[in-house]
Design a protein around this ligand. Sequence first.
Ligand code: GSH
Length: 199
Amino acid sequence: MQSYKLTYFNMRGRAELPRYIFAYAGIAFEDRRVEWNDWPSIKKTFPLGKLPVLEVNGVPLTQSLAIARFLAKEAGLVGNSKLAEAQADALVDTLNDFTLLIPWREDNPQIKTQKIDMLFQSHAPKLLDHLQCHLGDREWLVGDSETWADLYCHVCFTTFSVLRPGFADDHPALCGLIDRVEAIPNVAKWIQSRPTTEF
Ligand code: GSH
């Protein structure tokens, strides 16, 4: 049996998609959450000095999306054909691009609010239109079953909703997708039982 240890900080952040996939697949894992105070003393012990890191039987894997893609393959969540795999990859990258535009490191609260306002005014509608167009009248973003792109959509929308409550309200088909992900029993169980953090 494989052993999995996922190390990250006590937040959803970049570790939440791997955690969703573990939950979805019912795969046991150690959810190690490092305190920020302890981080400087252990940073050097991790490849690249960044988190998340997933250890698989002691072998460290870096980069959150590479980790998630690896687990999605294990869980049968990458898509049912090479083309579907590429479509799911592209949607994950598109969601990630938006996430990277969020001014996480801006210290000035007023400037931070301005930047977030601009982001949600200028970029969010394009993202939402693209996702909704991709979804069409289907249940899931790619093909006829759920993929890691659907799970990532839920992970991202949870965080975007903290920054801008109701940001997707005028995209009802996407809200339906979010409800469907949330209704997957193992995902629902994870969401109910995970530590409560803002991000
Ligand atoms: N591209 C990497 C990924 O997706 O895993 C980025 C990793 C990253 O920047 N992690 C941040 C981190 O480790 C937390 S989200 N920050 C602490 C540090 O840089 O010392």
